[in-house]
Design a protein around this ligand. Structure first.
Ligand code: ZN
Ligand code: ZN
Length: 259
């Protein structure tokens, strides 16, 4: 009797481990099809050929890259911006950004809210912020206004924080995408979010608008830099304009201190 029940429980253990193995294998396959299988070397060459402006320096160390920038966009900014009911001199000032990101980012099981402040760095050297104003509810682009001809947000979809001069985009960085994108084609890479995944202008393969963006405004697909397909973010004409969350794993050291 004892023998029999023991052998039954061994059988059960065998079945459970078979099932576990199958689940693990199928998980592995689906992860591989959704994630970058590019080598560090090819990821590195994409980063290097991304058209960074002169105020940005990139270095590589094993599985990571470090992006350093003074944060001042390489394109024009305005002399005056509106804030509240006032006009202020352009507050854009030099920063000391340094972010170390994975060359081969991994998708996380659940997205991480990006929160306020810097969420990424553009090839212009300036920052991406989430789409919201300081209240973290109002879409900045939908609340644009002018005071005596000075806009809250400029034609590049950016402006600087009035207190510390951090120039940042709240939407498609038109002053970059107008220079790098071609009609009828998927947008070109315009920067990286702090989880290490790349971000693009608004155009999908064929030049249309992507229809399968996830909650973080990203999808898996072919891009000019990664024709085999890779997970990447888009900036978009419609909400949310820029990502509000990270799809990738992100460690606390990759994220900036709250300002
Ligand atoms: Zn802003
Ligand atoms: Zn895309």
């Amino acid at each position: 009797m004892f023998q029999k029940s023991q052998s039954k429980s061994i059988q059960a253990v065998k079945w459970v481990s078979m099932l576990t193995l199958l689940v693990a294998l199928s998980g592995c396959v689906s992860v591989m099809s959704q994630e970058s299988t590019v080598s560090n070397a090819s990821a590195q060459s994409v980063v290097q050929s991304a058209g960074w402006s002169n105020n940005v320096s990139i270095s590589f160390n094993g599985d990571t890259m470090t992006i350093q920038s003074n944060g001042v966009p390489s394109h024009e900014t305005l002399d005056f911006y509106a804030i509240g009911n006032r006009v202020i001199n352009n507050p854009t000032s030099a920063q000391n950004y340094s972010y170390t990101l994975p060359l081969q980012p991994q998708l996380a099981v659940t997205p991480t809210n990006a929160g306020a402040g810097i969420i990424g760095i553009a090839i212009s050297g300036a920052a991406f912020f989430n789409p919201y104003e300081g209240d973290q509810v109002t879409y900045a682009l939908e609340d644009n206004f002018e005071v005596n001809g000075a806009p809250f947000i400029d034609a590049c979809n950016g402006h600087a924080t009035p207190n510390n001069g951090m120039y940042h985009y709240h939407g498609i960085p038109y002053c970059i995408t107008d220079a790098v994108d071609s009609s009828g084609q998927h947008s070109k890479l315009v920067g990286y979010l702090l989880d290490g995944f790349s971000i693009y202008g608004p155009q999908d393969v064929g030049g249309g608008t992507p229809t399968n963006l996830d909650a973080c405004n990203g999808h898996f697909g072919s891009t000019p830099e990664f024709p085999e397909g890779i997970y990447h973010y888009h900036t978009s004409e419609a909400r949310p304009y820029v990502p509000t969350c990270y799809s990738g794993e992100i460690t606390i050291t990759q994220r900036p201190p709250r300002r």
